[in-house]
Design a binder for this molecule. Structure first.
Ligand SMILES: Cc1cc2nc3c(=O)[nH]c(=O)nc-3n(C[C@H](O)[C@H](O)[C@H](O)COP(=O)(O)OP(=O)(O)OC[C@H]3O[C@@H](n4cnc5c(N)ncnc54)[C@H](O)[C@@H]3O)c2cc1C
Length: 469
């Protein structure tokens, strides 16, 4: 493309970490005139549900040393944190191991964005649009994005950085329940625990990190009711214990081609070594992190299905750990009777004259129990099946056959370079995606260490494609 051509138009839909960092990387990498449109709704620009929290006790689940926004500047976040008044006096090495508040990381991201805009080429224009994208039409090599306001945006390339979806709705006998103000379907809504009756019980469905976040939001508010939680495995996730011990022996023994049975045996062999020394095996699973995407891509579809069916709950409980002090708090609250963790499944939820009621069947029992509560919060994890998405844009793309779920139904069907594949099996070369939408292809694609690399790769991919048109 020569300098006399009109600027390349790139639209990014969704400006959480992935969308914003793709924008930053495009500004850093471009050598041609560029107009960037970043379309974002619901959360503060660049922060998404993860980093728009203002609660000081909502902390990162990755230590500061590993949270840089840039793959080529490994200490960028740590250096930033060390410059902040609150952490200036701390030893930098110690600070690197700390799980800092997520709101601090949100502030860092705002500065990353401001600096990128200040340093952009004069022929790059940035257009931030606070609106919801609801449709895309692709014709004659150009895309038109339709916004909820009715405005349209033309773009040569579009990136779907739509991120984490709220959990799917749980089946109930009367769907009017979903409109009850005390049923919280989106647990990342900052108002999830506002105006709680301090003396009445609540139910949290799910026992993962989102449940922990909700409890953090309640714990210092003088709430005296019982926090009931429900999931098939009860409270299974582990606390952070070993400060990220580096373990290399498993990685040294891993050899392609990968087969789930053999991997399972090999991983178990290493776990047994840890258990023999009375150590918990988290470092074994952590050591797989840099290799996970490669291993996943090497597995057969059947092996991936088997992993999701039988091993995923075990994987999740080790991989997504909670802060040690929160683990202690949950244990103490249970002992004091302020928290009851139910293992089992939800049968129904109904509205009552003074609240909500949940019918649950606990594991190994035949008789359902009923919990009368003032609020129910759905924390079962993000919906990943695009055919059941609540996002109007994704619904529209699915209905137009421009988007389909991957065969595992955990992300979008994409090519190896992250362009969408429509229902007819054909690539849509100007429509890219990033982040959790790539779960079917990459599996491990949710946290900053993967997403920052994806943003850099995707920016390079789009710019080189545009340069060769
Ligand atoms: C509560 C929570 C805590 C987390 N903590 C950590 C952590 O400590 N460390 C870590 O590495 N990872 C953490 N994660 C993982 C997190 O998912 C990633 O770090 C990262 O924030 C994901 O960014 P994203 O841009 O892909 O998605 P999101 O952050 O979900 O952003 C997507 C954005 O797109 C917008 N959007 C969607 N559809 C449209 C549309 N149609 N039109 C306009 N805008 C749209 C959304 O409103 C949102 O603003 C956490 C996740 C959650 C949910």
């Amino acid at each position: 493309m020569s300098q006399t051509n009109p600027p390349l138009q790139i639209a990014i839909i969704g400006a959480g970490f992935s969308g914003m960092m793709t924008g930053v990387q495009l500004m850093r990498q471009t050598t041609m005139p560029l107009t960037l449109h970043l379309i974002n709704d619901k959360y503060e620009f660049g922060k998404g549900p993860a980093y728009s929290t203002t609660h000081p006790k909502h902390i990162l689940n990755v230590p500061a040393a590993k949270m840089t926004a840039f793959p080529d500047r490994p200490e960028h976040f740590l250096d930033w944190a060390h410059r902040q008044e609150a952490y200036q006096d701390m030893d930098k090495e110690v600070l690197g191991k700390v799980f800092l508040p997520r709101r601090d990381f949100g502030r860092y991201l705002s500065e990353v964005w401001t600096e990128a805009v200040a340093g952009k080429r004069p022929d790059t224009t940035v257009n931030i649009i606070h609106d919801k994208a609801v449709d895309i039409t692709a014709a004659d090599g150009s895309n038109t994005i339709v916004l909820a306001s009715g405005q349209t945006i033309a773009a040569d390339y579009v990136v779907l950085a739509t991120g984490n979806e709220p959990p799917r709705n749980l089946p109930v006998s009367d769907p009017a329940l979903y409109d009850d103000p005390n049923y919280i379907g989106d647990p990342w809504n900052n108002k999830a625990v506002d105006n709680l009756d301090p003396d009445r019980d609540i139910l949290i469905i799910g026992n993962g990190l989102t449940m922990v976040d909700i409890v953090i939001g309640i714990m210092d508010t003088g709430f005296n009711g019982v926090i009931h939680t429900l999931s098939p495995d009860g409270l299974a996730i582990l606390p952070h214990r070993y400060g990220y011990i580096a373990y290399s022996k498993l990685a040294e023994e891993l050899k392609a081609p990968y087969k789930l049975n053999e991997l399972y045996k090999l991983i178990n062999k290493h776990i047994k070594v840890f258990k023999k020394s009375e150590l918990s095996p988290e470092p074994v699973i952590d050591s797989l992190r840099p290799l996970t995407q490669k291993i996943w891509q090497g597995l057969s579809l059947e092996d991936k299905q088997r992993f999701l069916k039988y091993l995923m709950p075990h994987w999740n409980k080790i991989r997504h750990r909670m802060p040690g002090h929160m683990y202690d708090y949950l244990m103490q609250r249970q002992i004091a009777g302020g928290m009851v963790i139910h293992r089992g499944r939800l049968l129904n939820m109904t509205q009552t004259s003074n609240g909500l009621s949940a019918e649950i069947l606990e594991t190994n029992t035949d008789t359902p129990i009923r919990l009368d509560v003032s609020r129910i919060i759905n924390c079962i994890g993000p919906n990943t099946y695009v055919s059941q998405s609540l996002n109007p844009l994704l619904q529209q793309l699915v209905s137009k056959d421009m988007l389909q779920a991957d065969p595992l139904r955990i992300g979008m069907q994409v090519t190896d370079h992250w362009t969408l594949v429509g229902a007819d099996g054909r690539e849509i070369p100007s429509l890219y995606t990033i982040g959790g939408n790539l779960r079917g292809l990459l599996w491990e694609t949710t946290a900053v260490p993967e997403l920052r690399a994806q943003a850099a790769t995707l920016a390079g991919e789009i710019l080189s494609k545009a340069a060769n048109v």
